[in-house]
Design a protein around this ligand. Structure first.
Ligand code: PAF
Length: 282
């Protein structure tokens, strides 16, 4: 496995490949990332994984400085998973001057849900992903479905800029109790780790109610938020959305969408000091 820290080294190593498959990450890898690497393996003639904690997508009060950096363990795990090249640029390499040009995703998809609670987050994500795409030149790129909105924003960016890249979503991996795997799970104190599965339990209950014919999404959302709140969580949102565009479904379409995989329930909530997100298809 080659480890490359500069764009020119990366390009030199990629020169003889025609079909790179790419998994962008911020490191602190878990089995969900490694599953993406394995999924990428048959999709390209070389698998590239980037590790870069992207300052642009963190708000000033967020965890950029404390985001876990686990370089050696990440490299060992990537090698075992079949990664061919790790691209790990420094900040100076990827942002040698202030990044004045940015990608501004459309507000109807980027300023809702995560984008509402983390303003500017998708500008930071799109800008770094566009730049990483320019460095790697992938034909296929894989992103976890746990970050459902991120996957959708990137798919739309790729489509609207006519980038010759197929964007594929990887299934969310879960711990034995149902908690979606996430680098931020490492922040959970033992008691909060036991409680953390309640987010996916709340989303599962919402999905079951929708499949069972309940179309009162406002009440479903409020009850789910109140339920978590009563357990000591601080929920940002638990929301029922159309899976095709993340917009709020109108009353008349809810039953049809609930019976045709047309809805997604998404949640973000803080337990202790850790903010978790998750989603389920309905
Ligand atoms: O999902 C992530 O880890 C990050 O948002 C990404 C896509 C690597 C961009 O920094």
């Amino acid at each position: 496995m080659h480890i490359l820290h500069t764009i020119s080294e990366l390009r030199a190593h990629l020169a003889s490949f025609k079909h790179p498959a790419f998994v962008p990450t911020m490191g602190n890898l878990h089995d969900g990332h490694l599953a993406l690497v394995r999924q990428a393996k048959p999709l390209g003639d070389v698998v590239v994984v980037s590790i870069f904690v992207n300052r642009l997508q963190f708000l000033p009060h967020e965890d950029f400085d404390t985001y876990p950096r686990t370089w050696e363990a990440d490299c060992e795990a990537l090698e075992a998973a079949g990664c061919d090249m790790v691209f790990a640029p420094s900040e100076k390499e990827l942002y040698p001057e202030p990044q004045g040009f940015t990608i501004q995703p459309p507000s109807e998809i980027a300023n809702i849900l995560e984008g509402h609670f983390r303003p500017g987050f998708f500008v930071g994500v799109c800008t770094v992903v566009m730049k990483l795409f320019a460095c790697v030149g992938p034909r296929v790129a894989l992103f976890g479905k746990k970050d459902y909105q991120q996957l959708m924003v990137i798919q739309r960016m790729v489509r609207q800029f006519a980038l010759p890249i197929e964007v594929i979503g990887g299934t969310t991996l879960r711990a034995a109790d149902g908690l979606a795997l996430s680098s931020r799970n490492n922040y959970l104190k033992p008691a909060d780790r036991l409680e953390a599965v309640q987010l996916s339990i709340a989303l599962t209950a919402m999905a079951q109610a929708l499949r069972g014919g309940n179309t009162d999404i406002t009440s479903l959302e409020q009850e789910a938020m109140a339920g978590l709140g009563a357990r000591g969580w601080q929920p940002d949102y638990l929301a029922v959305r159309r899976s095709v565009d993340l917009q709020v479904p109108v009353e008349a379409e809810i039953a049809r969408l609930a019976n045709s995989n047309g809805l997604v329930v998404l949640g973000a909530a803080r337990i202790g000091s850790t903010r978790l997100i998750d989603n389920l298809d309905v």
